[in-house]
Design a protein around this ligand. Structure first.
Ligand SMILES: [Zn+2]
Length: 213
């Protein structure tokens, strides 16, 4: 993986007063060589027996190159957390977060939903941030299993919850459009840590609510 993630805390005085904490998540990625990618797409069209100089395809290499740049570059965001003053100790679950990623075997999309849940420890998280964490790892050349594990590990490390669980259900275009042509078949993967792994009641609740079991 050619990604480094730079993270640093930015806390305003007001935010510090209310105990919120923001972690800016940036991405230093090896510079994508757009002209190089365009040339490669033109070569691919040629190799596929297409004429890249035809008016229909003239803009295609540029469009493909910029599409890949966008699909492989996560957006910067602030991970905002708050003290768990109410000592909320039940499951927090964000269901059906959209997932769009590219499989590293075929560079074809796989799309679906992620269900991300955690049992809060000392801190709780702005809910919209779970979708940004999913995107952080989805905008990459991926396999679904690794994507699932990376999201769970990252949340475990940065939020330090009592438990965290991630379920991803996705359809892979490399399965739907080619090969076995299993249209509509979904692959389900999961990764659980802490009490969601070890405590049978919490684990059961998580998988029942996600509908994965
Ligand atoms: Zn594939």
């Amino acid at each position: 993986m050619s990604i480094t993630r730079l993270e640093h805390e930015t806390v305003s005085p007001e935010a510090r007063a209310e105990g919120s904490r923001r972690l800016r998540v940036l991405h230093a990625r090896e510079q994508i060589d757009l002209p190089g990618a365009e040339r490669a797409v033109r070569d691919l069209l040629l190799a596929l027996g297409r004429d890249p100089s035809s008016p229909h395809l003239a803009e295609t290499p540029r469009r493909v190159a910029t599409s890949f740049e966008e699909m492989l570059t996560p957006r910067e965001f602030d991970l905002t957390t708050f003290p768990n003053d109410e000592h909320y100790d039940e499951l927090v679950l964000a269901k059906s977060i959209p997932v769009h990623s590219l499989c590293e075997h075929h560079m074809l999309p796989f799309t679906g939903v992620a269900h991300v849940g955690y049992l809060p420890g000392e801190r709780i998280l702005g809910l919209s941030k779970l979708a940004r964490v999913v995107e952080l790892f989805a905008r990459d050349l991926q396999v679904q299993e690794r994507l699932t594990v990376q999201i769970a590990n990252w949340l475990q490390e940065h939020l330090d919850p009592k438990g965290v669980g991630v379920v991803i259900e996705a359809e892979h275009m490399c399965m739907s459009m080619r090969g076995v042509q299993a249209l509509g078949s979904r692959t389900i993967t999961s990764s659980v840590h802490g009490l969601l792994r070890e405590d049978p009641r919490s684990r059961q609740e998580f998988f029942t609510l996600t509908g994965a079991h």
